[in-house]
Design a binder for this molecule. Sequence first.
Ligand code: SAM
Length: 277
Amino acid sequence: MKKGTLYLCPTPLGNLEDITLRVLRILREADKIAAEDTRQTRKLLSHYGIHTPLVSYHEHNKRQRTPQLLQWLHNGETIALVSDAGTPAIADPGEELVKKAVAEQHTVIALPGPVAAVTALSASGLPAVPFVFYGFLPPRGAQKKTILAKILAEDKTVIFYEAPHRLRRTLAALAAADGDRQVVVARELTKLHETYHRGTLAEVSSYFTQVEPQGECTVVLAPGVQAKEELGADALIAHYLDLGMPAGQAAQEVARLTGLPRNEIYRLILAQKKEGQ
Ligand code: SAM
């Protein structure tokens, strides 16, 4: 068996100049380009005069397409993977193919390039490390509620992707729990209408109730409590209960941060709740 090479090729988020010379060379030299949307990628390729054969690889055909791509790698071919915008496998198709190509001992090479999450973070003015990236949030329901509670409890800067028609509700839910926390909504990065909306959750949420969110949005949210590990169990419990976190989840989180037994924390929670009545 020959060994093939899979290149992960980041493409522009909007501005066609945001592509590296190396990505262009690999796209030109590869045997095939596997693209999330071949029409979209064709526009990019024709802008740069690249004529490499294109095949589609997206959420809905990846089960059938993956074995074929692996077979081409087995034949010793070079495959360049691209998504519609940004880096493949980051909230985009690619993760499974990478996993399988690695398992079959093909060479997998990631080329550096645009990622909306990191672009937004670097200009956010919020603590850049540590950060945690949630990708897209669940659209609604109990799953979304659980994730929002987790996000509010994070002691790291949080980055997530949100569709514009869901942004208002998400910001309102976060603002209702912790209106004073700093947030940045990065819209249309690298495009004509690029805008950073900065402020507290209450301010930014209120802005978007007046102005309809449009375009692609990345949200960067400041950490909940700075250096939580330095706080005592009582302060941590008060913080999580203020955020409306259920007692069981708060006990687990505080136990994790302090190293104290969960049932001891649970007793402290009940005591705090009793005091607050
Ligand atoms: N793989 C991509 C990356 O590396 O960032 C992400 C793809 S994901 C399907 C698309 C989401 O990324 C959008 O809904 C939006 O949340 C975010 N995004 C992509 N382009 C953006 C831009 N120009 N400005 C702000 N956010 C963007």
